[in-house]
Design a protein around this ligand. Structure first.
Ligand SMILES: C=C(CC[C@@H](C)[C@H]1CC[C@H]2C3=CC[C@H]4[C@H](C)[C@@H](O)CC[C@]4(C)[C@H]3CC[C@]12C)C(C)C
Ligand code: SAM
Length: 358
């Protein structure tokens, strides 16, 4: 073999290897984003690293996170930093769901979303609210399944842009509307929705009572609200340092002002005036573990980390992207540990009714 043939063969093998590495290694999810399109949301490329530092500074003075005025900035900064990585590495629905044997992650996600709207029992044409809608994965599944008009609200302007773009692309923009705003002070009239749902979103509120009160206000009397809440379970022991470390790890990597215990949820719902119709931790057996998807993705996360590092080095991805990705990498491990130990659930479901007017 002459040296030219050798070089060509080596180059071909290297290109083939790289293609395989990028496309097939690990479990790639169906995404709306590619690695080369990663941004810092609404943050200018050169400010991503500083915003990442700012995000961490909130944890140095946790009391500040608990004040309602600081929360929108804290949560908004977080979603500017993570939204593209979530879409790229997870898909358009930013939540977990129990694994369903024989079904793909995508199907399991859709079934978990449809269950929420089925429990609301809304009719086609009714108007429902998605409190904390992300880029609208659940909203589109729910609108397509129920034929209800869905209004989504998110604090993050960049997510509004992404959600509107996806709605249009899916041909669902006549059923789905997206508003930028704070779910603690919503720009909607009293008694104006036939149903409300929130999927893994109210955990960002510093005070659950405030967000439940606001949802109660906009819901029509006699209508239902369903939420999938992030909670610590009865197995969590505050005196066990390992448990505490896992829960703190989850809070830090997911922009949470402080995880609530499962006991708080119904108590707060009743306090604001709801009747609790049903409450169930959907993570508990016979459900199959929600965290296996996180663990199975580990090889892909390594591949992603190398990709992000190369893209940031080349100046294609913003500089801080590597730090953000690393933070998520670590968070995935804390989440999986929380699930495996049974001390944490991201799907403590509560279904509530606003009493009918007298
Ligand atoms: C409800 C919330 C978000 C829940 C999940 C959608 C996200 C929690 C942790 C995220 C991820 C962790 C690891 C990332 C991985 C390193 C990267 O290569 C690809 C994306 C991840 C898999 C990412 C995807 C989304 C999560 C699973 C919170 C914020 C209340
Ligand atoms: C983990 S994501 C879940 C998104 C969506 N429910 C889903 O499952 O894809 C949490 C969402 O809550 C939104 N959120 C958090 N705090 C908020 C607030 N105070 N007001 C409005 N939206 C908020 C975030 O912007 C984000 O869209």
């Amino acid at each position: 073999m002459d040296s030219l043939t050798l070089i060509c063969t080596a180059a071909l093998l290297a290109a083939g290897g790289l293609y395989w590495f990028v496309c097939f290694f690990g479990s790639a999810e169906v995404k709306g984003k590619r690695a080369v399109q990663l941004t810092g949301g609404s943050i200018d490329k050169e400010n991503v690293q500083d915003n990442y530092k700012q995000y961490w500074s909130f944890f140095r003075s946790p009391k500040e996170i608990e004040t309602a005025e600081k929360v929108p900035v804290f949560v908004d900064t977080f979603y500017n930093l993570v939204t593209d990585i979530y879409e790229w590495g997870w898909g358009q629905s930013f939540h977990f769901s129990p694994s369903l044997p024989g079904k793909s992650n995508r199907e399991a996600t859709r079934i978990h979303e449809e269950m929420a709207v089925d429990l609301l029992g809304v009719k086609p044409g009714s108007r429902i609210l998605d409190a904390g809608c992300g880029v609208g994965g659940p909203m589109r599944a729910i609108a397509a399944h129920s034929k209800a008009n869905v209004v989504g609200i998110t604090i993050n302007e960049y997510q509004v842009k992404r959600a509107r773009m996806h709605n249009k692309k899916a041909g669902l923009d006549s059923l789905c509307e997206v508003v930028c705003g704070n779910f603690l002070q919503m720009p909607f009239a009293d008694n104006s929705f036939d149903g409300v749902y929130s999927i893994e979103a109210t955990c960002h509120a510093p005070n659950l009572e405030e967000v439940y009160q606001e949802i109660y206000r906009v819901l029509k009397p006699g209508s239902l609200y369903i939420s999938y809440e992030w909670v610590t379970t009865e197995l969590y022991k505050a005196e066990d340092p390992e448990h505490v470390e896992i829960i703190h790890g989850i809070e830090r990597g997911d922009a949470l002002p402080g995880l609530r215990t499962y006991k708080d949820i119904a108590q707060v719902a009743k306090k604001v005036g709801f009747e609790v119709v049903k409450e169930k931790d959907l993570a508990k057996p016979p459900s199959h573990p929600w965290w296996t998807r996180l663990k199975m993705g580990r090889m892909a996360y390594w591949r992603n980390h190398i990709l992000v590092t190369i893209l940031a080095f080349l100046g294609i991805a913003p500089k801080g992207t590597v730090d953000v990705h690393e933070m998520l990498f670590v968070t995935a491990d804390y989440l999986a540990q929380g699930g495996e130990k049974g001390i944490f659930s991201p799907m403590h479901m509560i279904l509530c009714r606003k009493p009918a007017a007298e």
